[in-house]
Design a protein around this ligand. Structure first.
Ligand code: 5GP
Length: 214
């Protein structure tokens, strides 16, 4: 069954919640499109231009924001982050499900612009595990970890703005839960206007055939 247009999924969560790993399961899968954000922060070891992010200068970030290049944008722990609008619009129009991994301020901007976007918040089972994951990944300084944990305290107050909560204990389970949610979404009557119109036309033809047989 082909949906008329794609669904937009906004995935947010505490830094260290594992949302990036969940997103990776959808990379290069047909029917899904992962948005690549622009950021003014420096690449971490292993991050790749155009895959992890488009790494741009602070000046370039401000210029693009001014020009309306972004669907949403926000400042997170001293750096700018933004979603290129054209990519999202093109893929939704083509019927793909688009996934954005963005933080709260961006999620709220999306909610306003695209009310039927689905907002999902990813969390580890406990805050202690969150802390350990962030400290063990050793990609940030102690000061940066502290800022991210403080940010988590703030973000935790806003989980109520989201539609779904995804508890990421085992990543395979979290992915399976997300896939189930997406399948259900694809079955919505409102997402299948074209298919339903076709069924209606076929039923009309059937009725005419049946009437002619009397
Ligand atoms: P990180 O620096 O760890 O890659 O990302 C920091 C935060 O920025 C994460 O919560 C991530 O989800 C968020 N983020 C990444 N890209 C975007 C974006 O395009 N827009 C917004 N609003 N947040 C983003």
């Amino acid at each position: 069954m082909n949906q008329t247009k794609g669904n937009l999924y906004v995935i947010s969560g505490f830094s260290g919640s594992g949302k990036g790993t969940i997103m990776e399961h959808f990379r290069n899968r047909s029917g899904y499109a992962l948005s690549v954000s622009c950021t003014s922060r420096k690449p971490r070891p292993g991050e790749q231009e155009g895959i992890s992010y488009y790494f741009i200068s602070h000046e370039e970030f401000l210029k693009r924001a001014e020009e309306g290049f972004f669907l949403e944008h926000a400042v997170y722990v001293d750096h700018g982050y933004g979603t290129p609008a054209a990519f999202v619009e093109e893929h939704l129009a083509a019927g793909d499900d688009v996934l954005l991994e963005i933080e709260l301020q961006g999620a709220l901007q999306i909610r306003k612009k695209i009310p039927d976007a689905v907002l999902i918040f990813v969390t580890p089972p406990t805050i202690q595990i969150l802390r350990e994951r962030l400290e063990n990944r050793k990609t940030e300084s102690q000061a940066e970890i502290r800022k991210r944990l403080l940010r988590a305290v703030e973000e935790g107050k806003n989980i109520g703005c989201y539609d779904y909560i995804l508890v990421n204990d085992k990543v395979e389970d979290a992915v399976a839960q997300l896939e189930g949610l997406m399948r259900a979404r694809r079955s919505l009557v409102s997402a299948n206007a074209g298919f339903i119109r076709g069924i209606g036309e076929d039923l009309q033809k059937l009725k005419q055939e049946l009437d002619n047989c009397i």
